[in-house]
Design a protein around this ligand. Sequence first.
Ligand SMILES: [Zn+2]
Ligand SMILES: [Zn+2]
Length: 276
Amino acid sequence: MELPLVKVLCITLVVSGLVKLVALGAGWGLVRLKVAERWRVYRRELAPGQLRSEAWAAVGVVLCDALLVGLFRYFVGHRMAPFSVPVALLSYAWMFVGFEVWFYVTHRLLHTRALYRFHAQHHVAQVTDPLTSLSFSLVERLVLMGGGFGLVLLAMEVMPIAQAGVMAYILTNYFLNVIGHGNTEWLPRRFVSSWLGRLFFTPTFHALHHARYQGHYGLFTVVLDGWFGTAFEDYPRVHARAREGQGLVRIGERLSAAEVPEPLPATTGAGVGGAS
Ligand SMILES: [Zn+2]
Ligand SMILES: [Zn+2]
């Protein structure tokens, strides 16, 4: 028996609102830890009024997401493939990779003169906080969600796609977004030069996008910025400074090689600290 649309929308609102709230709560809890203060990427206060502006935008985003996801589930949900582990894993990989490409392309377009007004809400934050992860204009949110739904619809034409894989990706997206906007570098210094660091982003990576605007357009991976020449050359140095407790103090600051501290001796715990 099918649930009426209104019921589907209400359930979606409650579930997706709660998931966002949990992610946000975890993010605030983490950045307020004593140890997190040492690892700030930018040692600066938030702008006056920033949190208020982000909170209002977040309310719109929560409602917008619930409406779109509810409608999608109601009209398209029955076309998803039944659960199996391989199909769920494939669906997750499809969403992860596909959304990286969608995000990079649309994010670069949103930084053009003609379209930036739709992206400006997200850049209310020059220094980010967990709430920045939900601070978008409704137009930008439609673009982001449209990409996600488009990927699911496209997948349906060429392969089986399972709801569990898509949901798992959405959860990953929420949590990584909160961590990525925390202005706190959790990953050890050696991460950036490791093979993992050549694939995946860090909070420092995205903090630099907010401070400098032109560059680091990628979401959770750094590959497209590398390929298209939009990576900041001093990113590893800024990351190292954050990890040594010497985060940047000026927004426009760029680091030359001379401005990076020597790594602390291993016994003081550099590189320890629970990366994930
Ligand atoms: Zn951001
Ligand atoms: Zn941007």
